[in-house]
Ligand binder design. Structure first.
Ligand code: PEP
Length: 251
């Protein structure tokens, strides 16, 4: 089975009206995508976008967050069970913006991953180093620790359900993209780490996305790397033409 995926992370952009139009436009431009395509939409749009993609095997929807508890007095939160009941297949967890602005760490993300998996949701787990770490050439140690904590106590079968998105923080929303060598180097490191801890079969089947200023003009060379299975795309996923071009860059 193919490991490839292109996921868009709209963040807090688009009204429901704009979001519906964007999904329709992308699906019109790429009716038969060569890969799994995931729309990571704001919570208020989950049901409407799920309706639009239902029945299309290669299109799916991701929530951008969920709560770690099953249910209860958590005003304003969304549970894993609610997402599953709404037909949502994926949830983005550990995005650097939630780490920075909401204080999420890998211990909390570990709890969210466990909750998501128990409910039957597939996490798209984001990890990645900040600029000072890259400058000190410590990215493997830091990202290795993030994954180790976030995947703590998980079984190989559980890890096999997870998509990893390597997103160097210095490349997110900055217009600066990791070189294909930098991306491949980290993806290879992550896959070897997964093989050591959870077995080579899990590592071989694992989808590892690159995220950080993916655009139509760099997607093809990034996705051509052997361990780069696609992208998690922020800004460029908000434009149907750009997102369609990135989807088509999967060979
Ligand atoms: C992201 O938000 O996950 C991301 C990669 O953003 P951008 O593509 O805009 O850098």
């Amino acid at each position: 089975m193919s490991r490839t995926m292109v996921a868009g992370n709209w963040k807090m952009n688009t009204t429901p009206t704009q979001g519906t139009a964007l999904v329709k436009e992308v699906m019109n431009k790429v009716p038969n995508p060569p890969t799994k395509v995931v729309f990571g939409v704001p919570a208020i749009q989950l049901l409407a976008v799920q309706k639009l993609v239902s029945g299309h095997a290669n299109y799916a929807v991701a929530a951008q967050n969920m709560h770690q508890e099953e249910k209860g007095a958590y005003t304003g939160e969304t549970s894993a069970e609610m997402l599953v009941d709404a037909g949502i297949e994926y949830v983005i967890l550990g995005h650097s913006e939630r780490r920075d602005y909401d204080g999420e760490d890998d211990e909390l993300i570990n709890r969210k991953i466990i909750r998501a998996l128990e409910a039957g949701l597939k996490p798209i787990y984001c990890c990645g180093e900040k600029l000072d770490i890259r400058e000190a050439n410590n990215q493997e140690v830091v990202v290795g620790k993030q994954i180790e904590q976030a995947f703590s106590s998980l079984s190989p079968e559980q890890v096999a359900q997870i998509v990893i998105a390597y997103e160097p923080v210095w490349a997110i929303g900055t217009g600066v993209t990791a070189s294909k060598e930098q991306a491949q180097g980290m993806h290879d490191y992550i896959r070897r780490m997964i093989a050591n801890q959870f077995g080579s079969e899990v590592a071989k089947g694992m989808t590892i996305l690159y995220g950080g200023s993916v655009k139509p003009d760099n997607a093809e060379e990034l996705f051509a790397e052997p361990d780069v299975d696609g992208g998690l795309v922020g800004g460029a996923s908000l434009d149907a033409e750009n997102f369609a071009a990135i989807i088509r860059a999967i060979k």
